[in-house]
Design a protein around this ligand. Sequence first.
Ligand SMILES: *[C@@H]1O[C@H](CO)[C@@H](O)[C@H](O)[C@H]1NC(C)=O
Ligand SMILES: *[C@@H]1O[C@H](CO)[C@@H](O)[C@H](O)[C@H]1NC(C)=O
Ligand SMILES: *[C@@H]1O[C@H](CO)[C@@H](O)[C@H](O)[C@H]1NC(C)=O
Ligand SMILES: *[C@@H]1O[C@H](CO)[C@@H](O)[C@H](O)[C@H]1NC(C)=O
Ligand SMILES: *[C@@H]1O[C@H](CO)[C@@H](O)[C@H](O)[C@H]1NC(C)=O
Length: 435
Amino acid sequence: MATSYRFILCSLLLSLVSYQTLATTSSQPKALVIPVTKDTSTLQYTTQIKQRTPLVPIKLAIDVGGIFLWVDCESGYVSSSYRPVSCDSQICKASGSGACVTECYSPPGPGCNNNTCSQMPSNPFTHSGGSGEMASDATVIQSTDGKTVGKAFTVPGVVFTCGSTWLLEGLSAGALGIAGLGRSEVSLPVQFASAFKIPKKFALCLSSSSSSNGVIFFGNGPYQFLPNVEVSKSLMYTPLILNPVSTAGSYFEGDPSTDYFINLTSIKINGKAIPLNATLLNIIDGNGGTKISTVNPYTVMETSIFKAFVKVFRQEAKNLTKVSSVKPFKYCFSNNKTPYTRVGPAVPIIDLVMHSSSVYWRIFGANSMVQVKEDVICLGFVDGGSDPRTSIVIGGYQLEDNLVQIDLEKARLGFSSSLLFKQTTCSNFNFTSTA
Ligand SMILES: *[C@@H]1O[C@H](CO)[C@@H](O)[C@H](O)[C@H]1NC(C)=O
Ligand SMILES: *[C@@H]1O[C@H](CO)[C@@H](O)[C@H](O)[C@H]1NC(C)=O
Ligand SMILES: *[C@@H]1O[C@H](CO)[C@@H](O)[C@H](O)[C@H]1NC(C)=O
Ligand SMILES: *[C@@H]1O[C@H](CO)[C@@H](O)[C@H](O)[C@H]1NC(C)=O
Ligand SMILES: *[C@@H]1O[C@H](CO)[C@@H](O)[C@H](O)[C@H]1NC(C)=O
């Protein structure tokens, strides 16, 4: 016993020593961070990264379920570190590409090279898609200790797809592409993880305000918000579910969906389960199920679910005065006498119940009601019609001021519920750097 104890102690010391050597000799970041801005005119969430040589700041719309990063290569792309991805490369195969551009007959340059991996960039906001070559280029990203912003690091070759200028249509003004954070081998979280040997994990915290930034962390926590609120230890988790059929606008046959699906099993309002067709909550031949989205500004529900949902909400919110609807919402209420709490207007509480009855995502007034006029608030959920591809799409408004962690290694989604309860918000990450 003594021997084995000594052996354990010895290997423990050894691993401590090697860990310290690593820590002191490498200046690798433990986590990375980017700001997220809400654009009030399009209701898109955008970020900015620096790419190319010389570096250019690039504004991008965020698609949490997007397969990869794509940027417009057609207008003014100049970079000495641009490298096309060849058809026979590992990364081309890993991206699920089913095509190769053997010969391109436009003038050679970013977006037009021979023997280059071909992919399908798409714009989920306008449901349009095209094709473009895969390439890599230098990208700069800020490190973090989870509390403040640290030094910037360069990844020499972040792989992305070239889009066309017309594909930018419908994106927030000035955006040059889409940052895909989806469940793929080529999304930004996966590439950052392999570049810096950090976990394949990221946390999204969308700000409800367009004047102060939310944040995305790549890698492990802490995820700390002012004043000293650490969120990473108080998450609830539910497994990520793989949808075997792509949900993108354009894709290669056989590619699975890169969206993050979760096992929502019921919806409760003030503790009362709403009657719904459980078949719609399962994924069958790629249809149905529940996913999260930064593309839909509000949660969208299949018609029968939406109707049952608003019916029970209305029953539970008897003391609210209904007023005429304001698009895109159906149920609006007078805001004159509604009391306010720390978590928004005092309205019935919505629980999205996951794989187990003890795991639920609780939604309070701040995330369920949208103020559309000074004295009118509307239930911020919309009717998705009778035959949508995905039955429930949890949209941006319901994600705001909640931290959502995607752990690709453990294939699970963690959620914090409203940070307002913890007396902070997603815009309280300290982006003020010392540098
Ligand atoms: C690709 O190869 C073809 C045939 O050799 C050539 O005509 C064409 O100019 C090349 N395109 C580029 C972009 O280099
Ligand atoms: C439940 O939804 C499935 C899938 O859309 C449909 O085929 C079925 O008829 C529905 N059941 C009821 C009772 O409406
Ligand atoms: C409506 O009732 C709920 C609880 O039943 C209460 O918390 C809320 O303050 C009431 N709202 C109004 C406008 O009276
Ligand atoms: C979802 O959760 C329910 C209840 O725990 C379980 O029976 C079902 O198999 C789960 N579905 C998937 C796709 O994991
Ligand atoms: C934010 O971080 C900076 C740099 O670490 C620090 O100087 C500053 O005091 C922090 N701000 C607050 C409000 O804690």
